[in-house]
Design a protein around this ligand. Structure first.
Ligand code: PAF
Length: 279
């Protein structure tokens, strides 16, 4: 496995692979890799001739009062996991390499980026779109894999790929969960044991909403109210949002239908946790 930090070296290494018609897959990450990332890496390995993982805690997607400085970093452990999973190439640049002095470009996917998490984290998705577009330009992957936990991120990136005619296919993999249902996230590391227990209430509330839909309730307001009530009753009191959305527009449908997503963003202790289920 090669670990590289320079953009020119990545290009040098990947150009002959692309010319030879080998299929390049990319798993973009911010490191602190967990089983969710492992699932993405395994899927990437299976579908590609050359599996690339990027590890970069991207400063432009963090707001000034957010957790950029304390975001978990574990490069050596991450490299071990990548090696064990048969990754061919890890791209782990410094911030200076990605954003040299004078860097002035931002990519914004308008309309989708201001909703849901975007309303609570202004500029967050501009940072995500910008760094992912850069990664696509650097690696030129045939496909890239993301987790469904970050559903809004995936919808935004799909829109970007379509709008800019990027020659890459995006795929989202189902959320990987702990045994008790908590969605895996690098930010779970912020939870105390008590908060960790509380956080299991998120999936239970989402499942209550889905069960209600399966029993015939189609009114989004009723479904959302049930999820909200279940969250509050479980002791999760700080909710950024609970909402039902259509998967492409992120708008609330008039009536719930199979394929809609129930979305939650909640604060538990110092952690901001997001999760969603498909109805
Ligand atoms: O989902 C993430 O880990 C990040 O938002 C991504 C896609 C790697 C961009 O920094």
């Amino acid at each position: 496995m090669e670990t590289l930090s320079k953009i020119c070296r990545i290009r040098e290494l990947l150009e002959p692979e692309k010319r030879a018609g080998r299929r390049v897959g990319l798993v973009p990450t911010m490191g602190a890799l967990h089983e969710g990332h492992r699932a993405l890496i395994r899927a990437c390995r299976q579908k590609s001739d050359v599996a690339v993982v990027s590890i970069f805690v991207n400063p432009t997607q963090f707001g000034p009062s957010e957790d950029y400085a304390r975001y978990p970093r574990a490069l050596e452990k991450d490299l071990e996991l990548c090696r064990a999973e048969g990754v061919d190439l890890v791209f782990a640049p410094e911030a200076q390499e990605m954003y040299p002095k004078g860097f002035a470009t931002r990519v914004r996917v308008e309309g989708l980026s201001e909703k849901l998490c975007g309303a609570f984290r202004p500029g967050h998705f501009d940072g995500v779109a910008t760094v992912v577009l850069k990664l696509f330009e650097i690696v030129s992957p045939d496909f890239a894999l993301f987790g469904e936990k970050d559903f809004q991120q995936f919808v935004i990136l799909q829109r970007m790929v379509k709008d800019l005619n990027l020659p890459v296919t995006l795929e989202a993999l189902e959320t990987v969960r702990e045994k008790d249902g908590l969605a895996l996230s690098s930010r779970n590391a912020y939870l105390t044991p008590q908060e960790r227990h509380l956080a299991t209430g998120i999936l239970l509330a989402l499942q209550a909403g889905r069960a209600c839909f399966e029993h015939g309730t189609k009114d989004p307001d009723v479904l959302v109210a049930l999820v909200r009530k279940t969250l509050l009753e479980s002791g999760i009191e700080t909710l950024d949002y609970v909402t039902l959305i259509e998967p492409e527009t992120l708008e609330t449908p008039i009536q719930a239908y199979p394929g809609c997503r129930m979305m939650v963003a909640a604060r538990v202790g110092r952690a901001r946790l997001i999760d969603n289920v498909r109805l």
